[in-house]
Write a protein that binds this ligand. Structure first.
Ligand code: HEM
Length: 503
């Protein structure tokens, strides 16, 4: 009898013992892998990823993470291969421009493949640093503050449409879901500046089901990103994905409009002085230097704007509005600043020069970061010492925006909304303290993978908030209303109901 036959016979006879023994060996090897057993954390979590997935599934893991750090310190093991770090002196090692850490497999769940292979979205390019840098470079002038000023005219008609809808709510005096309207606005705004046209989400809502798909997908990624190796047999499998999405074709519609707009640019490029869209900016980059950017890369950037830039921006707007409405002193101070210095239609440059407005936006995004989950990174082949612990290659470490933003050493009284904490001469101790706060401000991530669309979203927020305060008085629909949300990568609000009246 061969060795393999003997082994099979043995398993057949003793299977009742063999399988549990394998299970125990697996769990014990989980606990002792990569030197991670020295790191404190809940005992059960060091054996299996399931407790962590359960915590994320419940939608409030940011609160549990805060408790874990309070109990175990700045470095906590929350799964066999996942370590949370809240030590701000480690930000550069893990995320800085020259970091050796790469993004974790969590991000693979967002990867899309076409006939040419992996679609080169910067969000998922975690190993190919050269392609990631190329993608960052080839659209840099479109995403820069100066570059995006050209796109501002595309946002104005969307603001006008929002106002006409809000005027109807104001006239009827009915409460409405502000969070939902902001999602529609952010979707139309980012489509408009990217393509020069939008899908009229403001009037029609999510008929295309793009936002619904995004919500489902981010919830899936948030939970199953912890077991990324299972993705190919879950939503990574095209058949299963089709069944779950119910044949949703919003991605195709988005790609169709991208290709159509690119074709239009080729037929009649904008004349000198014409408003430039994001897409035409990239097409112009290509026509001046064809090697700089391919058609596929242009379409990927355009599509990424919509998937990464609509919900996130809407959440930021909702957070600003909610925190202003429950902090009337801040609402009044901001109204005075805006009403004294701006008029309708609000221009980005003028609004961006208002110090209290900037502080309010940053503080609301600190209190409620749109991305609320750990930004996971893999320890490089040489291993690393993080927060005093030696960690082996391949382990996943990461910081959570939610936790960093509640660090009382950096943000005293962290649960209070205090825009003045960002203003020198008011809440900030000195310039070093301000630098430290900015370093710990993780709403847009940090370092090599910092958010590409940060300035686009800040432009939308900076235009919209003053517009609303100039035209309306706002209040929450119910006294004592809380901010309801689940933290599934994005921290989308539910039922952010408000009432407005014309001023
Ligand atoms: C308030 C709005 C936004 C927030 C809070 C936000 C947040 C973030 C965060 C936290 C990351 C880093 C993820 C990580 O390191 O793991 C990120 C990356 C990214 N964001 Fe945003 N984002 C916003 C708006 C936008 C917009 C409008 C766009 C596009 C127009 C965009 C495009 C991207 C892209 C492409 C990346 C990947 C960058 C890379 O890995 O190199 N985001 N964003």
């Amino acid at each position: 009898m061969s060795v393999s036959q003997e082994l099979l016979n043995f398993i057949y006879v003793y299977w009742k013992w063999v399988f549990p023994l394998f299970g125990v060996a697996y769990l014990v090897s989980n606990r002792f892998q990569k030197g991670l057993h020295r790191i404190p954390g809940p005992w059960l979590n060091s054996f299996s990823t399931l407790p962590r997935m359960w915590s994320v599934y419940k939608g409030k893991h940011h609160l549990e993470d805060l408790e874990l750090h309070a109990r175990y310190g700045k470095v906590v093991r929350v799964a066999p291969n996942l370590v949370l770090v809240s030590d701000t002196s480690e930000i550069n090692q893990i995320y800085g421009i020259n970091t050796q850490f790469i993004k974790s497999r969590f991000y693979d769940l967002s990867a899309v493949y076409d006939n040419e292979g992996l679609v080169p979205d910067t969000f998922v390019l975690r190993q190919n640093k050269a392609l990631h840098s190329r993608m960052k470079r080839n659209a840099a002038n479109a995403y820069s503050v100066n570059g995006l000023m050209q796109f501002e005219p595309w946002i104005d008609p969307v603001v006008t449409k929002l106002i006409s809808i809000f005027d109807r709510y104001a006239a009827s005096g009915t409460a409405f879901d502000m969070g939902d309207m902001l999602k529609r606005f952010a979707m139309d705004a980012v489509c408009s500046l990217t393509f020069g046209s939008d899908f009229n989400y403001l009037e029609k809502g999510d008929e295309m089901k793009f936002l619904k798909s995004m919500s489902l997908f981010t919830a899936y990624m948030s939970i199953f990103g912890h077991v990324a190796w299972l993705h190919p047999i879950l939503l990574g499998n095209p058949y299963i994905a089709r069944i779950v999405s119910g044949g949703d074709s919003s991605n195709d519609a988005m790609l169709e409009i991208s290709s159509h707009e690119l074709g239009k640019f080729r037929e009649s490029p904008p004349a000198e002085g014409d408003a430039m869209t994001f897409l035409s900016r990239l097409a112009l980059n290509q026509s001046t230097n064809p090697k700089l950017i391919t058609d596929r890369e242009i379409l990927t950037h355009a599509f990424g704007n919509i998937s990464a830039g609509s919900d996130t921006t809407a959440i930021a707007m909702g957070s600003v509005i909610y925190h202003l409405l429950v902090n009337r002193a801040a609402y009044n101070r901001l109204s005075d600043e805006i009403r004294g210095q701006l008029s309708l239609p609000v221009g980005f440059q003028e609004a961006n020069a208002l110090p209290y407005l900037k502080a309010v936006v940053q503080e609301a995004m600190r209190m409620h970061p749109s991305v609320g989950q750990v930004l996971g990174r893999i320890v490089p082949p040489a291993g690393a010492t993080v927060g005093g612990y030696k960690i082996g290659a391949g382990a996943e470490v990461g910081m959570s925006p939610w936790v960093l933003h509640r660090d009382p050493e950096v943000f005293p009284d962290p649960d209070s909304f205090k825009p003045e904490r960002w203003i020198l001469g008011e809440g900030v101790r000195d310039e070093e303290h301000l630098r430290q706060m900015n370093r710990s401000f993780f709403s847009f991530g940090h370092g090599t993978h910092t958010c590409t669309g940060k300035h686009i979203s800040l432009m939308e927020v900076t235009k919209l908030i003053p517009t609303l305060l100039l035209r309306y008085d706002l209040e929450l629909a119910e006294v004592g209303q809380t901010l309801k949300f689940n933290n599934w990568w994005f921290t989308q609000h539910h039922d952010l109901r408000a009432k407005i009246t014309r001023r």
